[in-house]
Design a protein. Structure first.
Length: 103
């Protein structure tokens, strides 16, 4: 499993990568690298994906300095370092709020 401690350590050590998809989504939502680092430094894990065919991953949620929630799907690369798979601002219709999916 991916832990909060692992995510925070990787962010602090600058030993992470952002996937092309994750970077595209970050840019589309107008988020800077510094904002993603801020969010992940204070995030919580709200979903674990231990059986993902691409490897174990999790959904982390944190807040920007202005209070907006940000979701980040995190995994590990082949070297065992953090990879940011995607980043997005949770919103309707997929999300009721930052913690609950719409059914």
């Amino acid at each position: 499993m991916i832990t909060i401690e692992f995510i925070r350590k990787e962010i602090q050590n600058q030993s992470y990568e952002i996937s092309i998809h994750g970077d595209d989504e970050r840019i589309a939502d107008g988020l800077s690298i510094e904002e993603i680092e801020f969010v992940l430094s204070g995030c919580e894990i709200i979903e674990q994906y231990p059986d993902d065919e691409r490897g174990k991953s999790c959904l982390a949620m944190g807040y920007l300095q202005n209070g907006k929630p940000v979701h980040t799907v995190c995994g590990k690369n082949r070297s065992g370092h953090l990879v940011i798979i995607t980043v997005y601002l949770p919103s309707m219709p997929k999300w009721k709020n930052e913690y609950k999916r719409n059914k």
